[in-house]
Design a protein around this ligand. Structure first.
Ligand code: CP
Ligand code: NVA
Length: 312
């Protein structure tokens, strides 16, 4: 068995707070350095020249697949995109054997899947870096872009008050994890039965983050610096009327945004379900930074890729 070289990025804590800060700085520097260039043109130093990323999607994606592809081009490398349904993985070839094969053909592997144990198993058998492109448990690449967006809009992470509204899902789990690493606080406004993973909360609290649970949406948002939401029904979840009903009081609308600080930012990983978790007036409004957030998937992931190869 060839020995593993590089680093896996399955959750933010695989990197830790110092590396996350270094990646965010790198992402912002590289973004500034290539401002105005055509998006497919490589960065001057092409730090991953010749490297290939294999991406495997067991769930749909627009942002993650496009941003990793463009990220690899800008780093001087390239990407191969596989839909699991048209691969042998979709016909029962094991994750272990897929890991062995892709490790011989590509320099890194990204997986988007349902069960988080699958990305862990892939990492166990791979001899190249494995990146989590979203699982039912977490979405660390998204949160790297979110943190970059918050910093770019002039807010410091330590002490930041982040309000989350709606479903306690994979994106919230990674925000809570980030809170522990970067020392900010999360005010979680979710209905009963839709809380996020207790393991991430315990770790973040042990690291000094303030994590509070609010059943009242207005109380979650009161005085927040950043307001975040996401779809009420994540990929792979049943479209349940009871859940949609429970989520209704947590819709981010102008009345709710008015409870946050006057300069509060609105974030959403996208895709948005306008009229459900967020209204048009908020997502298209002056506090929304969702298009910066989407673009930053490219810049933040370039930093994650460079970290995975030991360049950061
Ligand atoms: N935010 C995000 O991960 O988007 P995609 O599902 O389009 O990749
Ligand atoms: N929570 C959402 C995020 C999509 C990017 C989902 O898992 O479907």
């Amino acid at each position: 068995k060839a020995s593993f070289s590089g680093r896996h990025f399955l959750n933010l804590s695989d990197a830790g707070g110092d590396a996350v800060a270094a990646m965010l700085a790198d992402a912002m520097d590289r973004k500034a350095a290539r401002e105005g260039l055509p998006k497919g043109l490589p960065d001057a130093d092409a730090p991953l020249g010749g490297h290939v990323l294999a991406m495997v999607f067991e769930k749909n994606s627009t942002r993650t697949r496009v941003s990793f592809d463009i990220a690899m081009r800008q780093l001087g490398g390239s990407a191969v995109i596989l839909d699991a349904g048209t691969t042998q993985l979709g016909r029962g070839e094991t994750i272990a054997d897929t890991a062995r094969v892709l490790s011989r053909m590509a320099d890194a592997i990204m997986l988007r899947t349902d069960d988080h144990a699958k990305v862990e198993e892939l990492a166990h058998y791979a001899t190249v870096p494995v990146i989590n492109g979203l699982t039912d448990l977490s979405h660390p690449c998204q949160i790297m872009a979110d943190l970059q967006t918050v910093l770019e809009h002039g807010k410091a992470l330590p002490g930041l008050e982040v309000a989350w509204l709606g479903d306690g899902n994979n994106v919230l789990n990674s925000i809570v994890e980030a809170a522990g690493l970067m020392k900010f606080n999360v005010r979680i406004g979710v209905p009963e039965g839709y809380e996020c993973d207790q393991g991430f909360i315990s770790c973040a609290e042990a690291a000094g983050a303030g994590i509070s649970l609010h059943r009242d949406a207005a109380s979650a948002v009161a005085g927040a610096d950043v307001v975040v939401t996401d779809t009420w029904i994540s990929m792979g979840q049943a479209h349940a009327e009871a859940k949609l009903k429970a989520m209704e009081p947590y819709q981010v609308n102008e009345a709710l945004m008015a409870k946050a600080k006057p300069d509060a930012l609105f974030l959403h990983c996208l895709p948005a379900h306008r009229g459900e978790e967020v209204t048009d007036a908020v997502i298209d409004g002056p506090r929304s930074v969702v298009w910066d957030e989407a673009e930053n998937r490219i810049h933040a992931q370039k930093a994650v890729l460079r970290w995975a190869f030991g360049q950061i």
